[in-house]
Design a protein around this ligand. Structure first.
Ligand code: OOB
Length: 572
């Protein structure tokens, strides 16, 4: 494996890098440079709109200038090239300013989600030796300043906390900008731009190192496939830190094309529909549960959604029945996306026939995306059969950041990423996602590593053992069920106590088990390991209470498991 200094992760061998440059995929551009060019080309176009609480707009010139001033301020406070900065902002204009300011310095944003709490943030700050943490004062009823103080007390590298809003004992972000007195050297295009979080199958999330060259290529490709132009008005509905709303084609795609990005503070139709109407939104991306909600709400909404041209749905399996209902209800075109923060992104195409759009998860972005579909032994399956998806290409990482032991499991010797997804390829080349072989739960697009939740539950003194599995859910696709064996002689346990315990361990709310069942023992495999497969199959409907959803969701097919499913994480 090739390790480039400053990258801290395996990267592409020289012959591949040369090939990707020769093909014109990697063009030697950086994100800082991209914004500069757009600002020079169309300074007065609106780049960014933050509609709440008062509507704020940024032209490309204003955004570029504010980014320069913020970058100069960060640099003056000692943030330098290669430094890590944990970023945990909701969908607000400052998100974009901070990211581009860090890009200009060559410092690396570490993209935390707004839902993350002490366990995740503490880990990101410690593992990445972050020098700074950027937060809102309060968001969704949670005071991020208190969390920041706690983490600072235990993380020696974390010298700076910047707050959007009332800073408390920390530094207001508004005090940071200053006039640039010297040009910043900036990063090289082959260097890292940021660290993205992996969905995760392991006890703690892995970090995904993406370079300017590779990420910009995926964005250019996405723009072309999705028809993003300077007239595109993209609504950021999902958390801006997630790879899907960031780059598929996302807010970076909209800015790359010279379009307009509109931040959406909450994803519900009551918040989003008035914004679609007022800001004449043309494009957005949703996870399947939200697409269901929007589809239903559109039928009775009095809002004018006629500007909406293209809606991308991905992040989890979108049922064919739900896909068929979307276009007529919302009056726009549907595109399915199957992607991963590690790289590979597949889209259905604008000129695909309707059947292909509703029944497949699309084709890879690049002709140089290499796809292998293999059986459990690693041999290629016959055409049309399903198997494990392996991929390698110009925007798929060759290894995680500082995690050689995970790399050995997650990548083949010749550099293919083991996606953990079970797919088949239809004659047109489109992939259909059939299921998953990795020990991961996909809760409406939010990925949960059972091991991370199990570790939290195991810390409870009255718990002898725990196994967390997915149960089908008509709205979210999957929810989490924790099977718990109480410790002999311990006081009787209640499900609510386990849930509270996990929350108090500082895990994000979406990782708290939806259901808890107490059992005397776990089913075992032939070699005596816990059989999650058996546990999944015995999750009975009685253990699945009605999902509290604001509207009645249509019946969607449960995630399929395929005959070749084997648990690559070794839990079966
Ligand atoms: C996106 O990225 P991640 O990193 O949160 O999750 C990746 C995993 C995939 O390996 C697959 O298991 C699942 O999410 N997934 C889908 C899917 N899209 C993602 N499973 C079934 N159908 C789909 N359409 O989720 C992501 C990144 C970029 C664009 C879109 C999604």
């Amino acid at each position: 494996m090739t390790i480039t200094p400053g990258v801290d992760a395996p990267t592409w061998p020289a012959e591949f890098a040369d090939r990707y440059r020769a093909a014109g995929h990697w063009r030697g551009e950086t994100f800082g440079g991209m914004l500069r060019e757009r600002a020079a080309a169309h300074p007065d176009r609106i780049a960014l709109i933050d509609p709440a609480p008062e509507r704020r707009t940024w032209t490309y010139r204003e955004l570029d200038e504010r980014v320069d001033r913020l970058a100069a301020g960060f640099a003056a406070r000692g943030i330098g090239r290669g430094d890590r900065v944990v970023l945990q902002l909701p969908n607000i204009g400052e998100f974009v300013e901070v990211v581009f300011a860090l890009f200009r310095i060559g410092a690396l944003p570490v993209y935390a989600l707004p839902a993350h709490r002490a366990a995740e943030i503490g880990y990101f700050c410690a593992f990445t030796e972050a020098v700074a943490y950027v937060i809102p004062d309060r968001h969704a009823g949670f005071d991020h300043r208190t969390l920041a103080s706690e983490i600072q007390a235990t993380t020696p590298t974390l010298k700076l906390v910047f707050v959007v809003g009332d800073p408390g004992e920390h530094t207001p972000l508004a005090d940071v900008p200053r006039d640039p007195d010297r040009p910043l050297p900036g990063p090289e295009p082959h260097e890292l731009a940021f660290l993205q979080l992996s969905g995760g199958t392991t006890g703690v999330p892995k970090l995904i190192p993406r370079t300017h060259d590779d990420y910009l290529y995926s964005i250019r490709g996405s723009d072309e496939i999705c028809g993003v132009t300077a007239d595109t008005r993209f609504l950021v509905v999902l958390p801006a830190a997630h790879n899907f709303p960031m780059s598929s084609p996302g807010w970076l795609g909209a800015l790359h094309a010279g379009g307009t990005v509109v931040m959406c503070p909450r994803p519900d139709p009551a918040t989003a529909f008035p914004l679609v109407e007022r800001e004449r939104i043309t494009m957005t991306g949703l996870v399947p549960p939200l697409a269901l909600l929007w589809t239903d709400a559109a039928l009775t909404s009095g809002h004018d959604l006629s500007s909406l041209d293209l809606l991308l749905v991905g992040g989890a399996k979108y049922s064919e029945q739900a896909a068929r209902r979307l276009e007529p209800a919302l009056g726009c075109r549907l595109m399915q996306v199957f992607g991963m923060a590690e790289g590979l992104v597949c889209y259905t195409r604008l000129d695909d026939d309707r059947e292909t759009v509703v029944t497949t998860q699309g084709l890879p972005i690049s002709p140089d995306d290499e796809i292998r579909i293999v059986d459990d032994t690693g041999a290629d399956v016959p055409d049309g059969a399903f198997g494990h998806l392996l991929t390698r290409g110009p925007y798929t990482i060759r290894g995680y950041w500082r995690a050689p032991e995970h790399d050995a499991r997650s990548f083949t010797e010749d550099g293919f990423y083991r996606t953990g997804d079970i797919v088949r390829r239809v004659p047109s080349g489109h992939l259909v996602v059939e299921g998953r072989a990795k020990d991961q739960i996909n809760r409406g697009g939010e990925k949960i590593a059972p091991e991370e939740v199990e570790n939290a539950v195991l810390a409870h003194p009255s718990v002898h053992d725990v196994s967390v599995v997915a149960v089908p859910d008509e709205y979210l696709g999957e929810r989490t069920l924790a099977y718990v064996i109480p410790r002999a002689g311990a006081a009787p346990l209640k499900a609510a106590e386990i849930r509270r315990f996990v929350r108090e361990r500082g895990l994000a709310a979406y990782k708290v088990p939806d259901l808890v069942e107490f059992v005397p023992a776990f089913p075992r495999t032939g070699v005596g390991k816990t059989s999650k497969k058996a546990q999944r199959s015995t999750a009975t409907p009685k253990s699945i209470p009605t999902t509290p959803t604001p509207v009645r969701a249509p019946q969607s097919s449960p995630p399929q498991s395929s005959p070749s499913e084997s648990d690559v994480s070794g839990s079966d």
